[in-house]
Design a protein around this ligand. Structure first.
Ligand SMILES: [Zn+2]
Length: 216
């Protein structure tokens, strides 16, 4: 370990992204959490939503995973993308998820400015490593919406995101399979709306991959 890294590790010891316990620099998360991570069983994969051909999500959005993702999004823990990236790439490899282009569900400019990073973009960048490529910005959020997490009714969530996204005209996606990455899929209304836009822009298939999901 370099001296600089040594002092950094003393000042900022690595913590388990799921429970917050201090862990060894050589590991990504603690052994207790490794035993308890709420993986969604293979029989519930993939799911589908309107305009979404396949939706894969690694964990149930609950307990330690929910706590971790909330910290990732709202408490400046952008570095957690590296740990989630490890799980996303493992899932991509094990399930042989194929695609032509990797993109993400974008934040609005307003929310991006407030947060300073786009959490789904960081995840898409992590996924892109598995394909030795770079993620591509295919969508932009053209209307600020109420946070989906604050709305429980599925039809209201659907209405909330309608017309909120537009396709970027920078990439030719005609006939291509897009891997659309997000942090959490809840009712599927956001990924469904984004997929509708991508298909209108010519995408042949949209495969969604998220770190977590609410599975009813
Ligand atoms: Zn832990």
């Amino acid at each position: 370990m370099k001296i600089y890294d040594f002092f950094i590790s003393l000042l900022y010891p690595r913590k388990c992204p799921f429970c917050g316990k201090i862990i060894d620099e050589a590991i990504l998360y603690c052994s207790d959490c490794a035993k308890k991570l709420p993986y969604i069983p293979a029989e519930f994969q993939p799911r589908s939503f309107d305009f979404v051909d396949e939706c894969h999500s690694i964990f149930y959005y609950r307990d330690m995973v929910q706590d971790s993702i909330l910290r990732y999004k709202f408490h400046d823990c952008a570095g957690f993308c590296k740990i989630y990236g490890h799980f996303l790439r493992k899932y991509i490899d094990e399930n042989r998820i194929s695609c032509d282009i990797i993109s993400w569900v974008p934040l609005s400019r307003k929310r991006y400015r407030k947060r300073g990073y786009d959490q789904a973009r960081l995840l898409a960048d992590e996924c892109a490593v598995a394909y030795s490529t770079k993620s591509v910005s295919l969508l932009r959020k053209i209307r600020d919406t109420k946070a989906q997490s604050g709305i429980s009714d599925a039809s209201v969530r659907k209405e909330n995101v309608k017309g909120a996204y537009a396709a970027q005209d920078c990439a030719d996606i005609c006939g291509k399979t897009v891997l659309l990455v997000d942090d959490v899929v809840t009712t599927g209304s956001t990924v469904s709306e984004c997929s509708r836009i991508l298909k209108n822009a010519g995408a042949a298939r949209v495969v969604v991959l998220s770190v977590a999901a609410v599975v009813k």
